[in-house]
Design a protein around this ligand. Structure first.
Ligand code: PEP
Length: 259
């Protein structure tokens, strides 16, 4: 179901005391604000060791929690891995899949990302599938080719039914953690391309798919990005570590709705 969504990706940051301050700050600022007023669903994707802390602090609040990765296998001899069922056990609703840092630094292929997507869906989680091109690929005018390849790999494994239960995050790799944000029109063009590609298979699912933009989103640029017709919210890295920044970004869709 398409909705306004802002998801924080803490990456490998945090400790128990700092997490508590951050989460209590976000919850207190967002209060019990009823959704349906144009505000976004707010999610934090925390490192594995802090999932139960997130559960303890966020249960019963408007903030939902999730993980940053999941194993493609169900259980067994996979030392160091965390299964989708374990994430469900920790109360997760969402999990990021195929983040460019997993792809670029840890050798995650399109096929592995697709299998992680399938594992997350099978456990009842909502995966946030990340796709996006590197700077070299953009410069070589390969943006559409790359995101189509990443999307098609996911579709080959989970089909449109799986996509209908997923969120897609377009994250140009050159904009992640660099302070360099895609211009709203640049991001919108890729979102429209992805939605159109999905529509070729099922127009109804395409129209109902929640699509996020990620890459150096801040309080100062969120509203103009979220005002684009195919951008339903954001996947937020660095700015999700600041209460004020993250809360302002979560409220940005509301500001757009009011204009
Ligand atoms: C991310 O980690 O997905 C991300 C978009 O990071 P940042 O907002 O820091 O660019």
């Amino acid at each position: 179901m398409r909705e306004k969504l802002v998801a924080g990706n803490w990456k490998m940051n945090g400790d128990r005391a700092g997490n508590r301050a951050l989460l209590e700050g976000v919850v207190s600022a967002l209060g019990g604000a009823p959704r349906g007023d144009g505000s976004a669903r707010c999610v934090v994707c925390v490192p594995f060791p802090y999932l139960f802390q997130a559960q303890e602090l966020l249960q019963g609040t408007p903030v939902t929690w999730g993980a940053q990765d999941v194993c493609q296998f169900d259980n067994g001899a996979y030392t160091g891995e965390v299964s989708a069922r374990m994430l469900v056990d920790a109360g997760c609703t969402y999990v990021i899949v195929g983040h460019s840092e997993r792809r670029g630094l840890f050798g995650e292929t399109d096929d592995i990302a697709a299998r992680k997507l399938a594992a997350a869906l099978a456990a009842g989680l909502t995966p946030i599938l990340c796709i996006g091109e590197t700077l070299a690929e953009r410069d070589a005018e390969l943006t559409h080719t790359v995101v189509a390849r990443q999307l098609d790999a996911a579709l080959a494994v989970v089909g449109m039914d799986g996509i209908s239960r997923s969120v897609i995050a377009y994250e140009p790799v050159w904009a992640i953690g660099t302070g360099r944000t895609a211009r709203p029109e640049q991001a919108q063009a890729v979102h429209a391309f992805v939605r159109e590609r999905l529509a070729q298979q099922d127009a109804g699912v395409a129209a109902q798919t929640t699509m996020l933009y990620g890459g150096s989103v801040k309080a100062a640029n969120a509203a103009e990005l979220f005002a684009m017709p195919d951008i339903d919210g954001g996947l937020i890295g660095g700015a999700s570590l600041s209460v004020d920044e993250f809360v302002a970004i979560c409220r940005a869709p509301q500001a757009v709705a009011a204009t």
